[in-house]
Design a protein. Structure first.
Length: 135
């Protein structure tokens, strides 16, 4: 398993303490690709139920010196179109370019920087009134 940063561990902790009872949070979860049937790693996977239906929220983190650009957003969107992800959250350490944030928002992907993790309202992002990313 790859070495995790303190911010990454903080993210996992905050997700766990802010979720409704019954949700399962797993680091480095392997999900099955619908096309290749191979396993693909997701940084954080939150599994639970919303409205009685099973839901998978995937969180992808990025620890690069540069801000995340639109190519990373597009790559993550393509990856999760083939995984059983209902909601995708992208969390790069150093934020997004304006274009990348706009594209993610257009796709319905939630975004925040790992440096902003203390201000993230997970119940709001994951609550029953949030809009889930549709494929």
């Amino acid at each position: 398993m790859p070495k995790r940063t303190n911010d990454f561990q903080k993210l996992v902790y905050l997700v766990r303490v802010n979720l409704a009872a019954g949700a399962t949070v797993t680091e480095s979860k392997m999900l099955t690709d619908r096309i290749t049937k191979r396993k693909r790693e997701v940084d954080v996977c939150i599994e639970g139920h919303v409205g009685g239906r099973p839901v998978i929220v995937s969180v992808e983190c990025r620890d690069h010196k540069r801000v995340a650009d639109v190519s990373w957003v597009d790559t993550m969107k393509a990856k999760h179109e083939r995984l059983p992800t209902n909601l995708l959250i992208l969390a790069p350490r150093n934020g997004f370019t304006p274009e990348a944030r706009d594209v993610a928002t257009g796709y319905g992907i939630k975004t925040f920087s790992l440096s902003d993790v203390d201000e993230v309202d997970f119940p709001d992002i994951l609550g029953s009134t949030s809009s889930f990313w549709t494929k």
